[in-house]
Design a protein around this ligand. Structure first.
Ligand code: ARG
Length: 567
């Protein structure tokens, strides 16, 4: 944590604790409830080196701490040393920082000069985009925006699932019943129907598997018919995916996919054989990981068929060469955790020190009342249907609440899509998400629409005031009521929350922060009149409202959502 208040704390404690100012700053936290204090130093991490109980450490530090201009009080509460700041200084500095930030308050430069690769979304071609790939898309996109706000160079990669046996099956199914016209008009849905039909037939007649094997092999060997069908399916599907990405305002630096790495797996296998890591086992090339309590990492079958692991290894090495990243993040469901642990371990064994910079960011699944989805059987929920439904329901709410709104269509789209994105981000990512329309779209609940609605409400306050944003010569001391101070303190925490969200790979930190900000803002708004006869007071309160809109807009952006000014 780095601000002048924390610096004051750290500078005074550095002697007593024999830790550097940076080390102490890094330990300082913001308590969940500001009544406890504005900052806190948890003392348990010090217990070992000081050989004292944390409570005792907190008490001793409290009695020796001398108040400064910025830190006006200190109190030991159990194992925590809590600090209270000089409120007028905090209010003025926070407000000035926000108003002079060009709408970018919260941005930092912690990532300056560093590159992060984010592998996210990565759906599988020849199938429509389902809800199954929504979470990785929402989480990865938000992380990208968060890292960008911290000054990182962000490389977003869509690692399409476009290789392997399922694509052999797609070809087999198309050859059996396919209709060119139908695929042209409705590619992923049509291909998906064929795929489901093929699976159903396969259950009755396992000999059909031979066709799948044969087309998969032809695809790998570069047979012109197989390649041309595959590449046609791929192109048509990508077109369809792009419509979803456009609706969600998502873009990638690179969309290449697994097929690109098929040929590169040979090189990886050679290298791992040279390094005595890859061996032949049961007709496949594998790296044994027994020592690490993991099943083998399987790179390739004996016939030269590349496998998911092998392609991921090749992709990681390729990306390191191309981008020389400082960090690489993969967002997938927790079901793939072992896959990532295995291949990160193989990178490490192969001597790639940067394997330590690779992170798997797992998340829970989306669940529905109907139970889990299985693509093979076809009882899936398509993302497009979910987006349409959310927009439709939002349209109904708008018709009821604000029928005169001018650009209803666009706002329904922004709020409906936003509601779905928010629902993916608001709880800790490892938790499963239960999709419930009433909850997601509740304008008064802890939802995306609630944040957007709060934002629109304060925009309307500013519009009504009509005199533009107040000039800089404001008397911030007038923001002295507890509700106003609470809002400013909350605003001041934004930079820190962005940083924590990046370090924990947890957009929910930003999402929950925004809900807290809305609550604090609404408390202020309900307790005080923004515009009154008192000109000076009105000006500074309008400035506060303006600051709220800046942070809400920025926060919504970081989650990947739009911020309509009217709703
Ligand atoms: N296409 C995969 C799936 O749908 C996700 C790929 C994730 N990225 C990776 N490099 N393995 O499960």
């Amino acid at each position: 944590m780095g601000n002048l208040f924390v610096k004051d704390i750290a500078e005074q404690l550095t002697k007593a604790l024999e830790l550097s100012v940076e080390e102490i700053s890094a330990m300082v936290e913001v308590p969940p409830d500001s009544a406890m204090g504005d900052y806190a130093l948890p003392c348990f991490p010090l217990a070992k080196s000081l050989r004292k109980a944390p409570n005792l450490i907190a008490e001793e530090l409290a009695s020796m701490f001398v108040a400064t201009e910025r830190i006006s009080g200190v109190r030991a509460t159990g194992p925590y040393l809590n600090f209270f700041v000089n409120t007028p200084i905090l209010v003025r500095e926070t407000m000035e920082a926000i108003l002079s930030s060009d709408g970018e308050f919260g941005s930092g430069n912690q990532g300056a000069g560093k590159t992060v690769v984010i592998d996210f979304s990565s759906p599988n071609i020849s199938k429509p985009f389902t809800i199954g790939h929504l979470r990785t898309t929402a989480i990865g996109n938000s992380l990208g925006r968060i890292y960008l706000a911290l000054g990182w160079n962000v490389i977003g990669i869509n690692h399409l699932g476009d290789w392997g046996a399922p694509h052999g099956m797609n070809i087999a199914a198309y050859k059996e019943w396919g209709d060119e016209e139908a695929v042209r008009n409705n590619a992923p849905y049509e291909l998906f129907n064929l795929y489901v039909k093929f699976n159903a037939e396969l259950e009755k007649d396992p000999s059909l598997n031979e066709q799948v094997r044969s087309w998969t092999r032809k695809l790998e060997k570069g047979d012109p018919e197989a390649r041309s069908l595959w590449s046609w399916f791929r192109e048509e599907t990508i077109k369809d995916f792009n419509r979803m990405y456009e609706r969600m305002d998502i873009s990638f630096t690179e969309t290449i996919g697994e097929s690109f790495f098929h040929d590169r797996v040979d090189g990886v296998v050679d290298e791992l054989e040279r390094k005595k890591l890859a061996i032949e086992s049961e007709g496949a090339l594998v790296v044994k990981l027994d020592e690490f309590d993991m099943p083998p990492c399987i790179l390739q079958t004996g016939h030269g068929t590349s496998l998911y692991h092998g392609r991921d290894l090749a992709a990681a090495i390729y990306r390191k060469e191309k981008y020389n990243f400082d960090r690489m993040i993969y967002t997938t469901d927790a079901g793939q955790s072992l896959h990532f642990r295995q291949f990160f371990k193989v990178l490490e064994l192969a001597g790639y020190e940067w394997s330590a910079d690779c992170v798997h960011v797992p998340f829970g699944v989306i669940t529905f009342k109907e139970g889990r989805m299985s693509t093979r059987k076809g009882n899936v929920i398509f993302l497009e249907d979910a987006l349409d439904r959310a927009v439709e329901l939002t349209r109904e709410i708008i018709e009821e609440k604000n029928p005169d709104l001018s650009n209803k269509e666009q706002i329904a789209e922004e709020v409906g899509v936003g509601a779905i994105i928010y629902a993916d981000l608001d709880s800790k990512r490892t938790r499963d998400v239960l999709f419930d329309w009433d909850e997601i779209l509740n304008f008064n609940g802890e939802t995306g629409p609630y944040i957007q609605y709060t934002y629109a409400r304060y925009c309307s306050v500013l519009r009504k005031y009509g005199e533009g944003v107040p000039a800089p010569d404001l008397d911030y001391a007038l923001l002295e009521e507890p509700e106003s101070v609470a809002v400013v303190k909350c605003l001041g925490q934004f930079p820190d929350r962005i940083y924590s969200a990046a370090e924990a790979y947890e957009p929910s930190i930003v999402a929950n922060y925004l809900i807290g900000l809305c609550t604090a803002a609404n408390r202020f708004y309900n307790a005080h009149r923004v515009v009154s006869d008192d000109m000076e007071l009105s000006r500074v309160r309008v400035a506060l409202v303006y600051a709220i809109t800046i942070v809400l807009a920025r926060g919504l952006h970081l989650l990947g959502m739009k911020a309509p000014e009217e709703m």
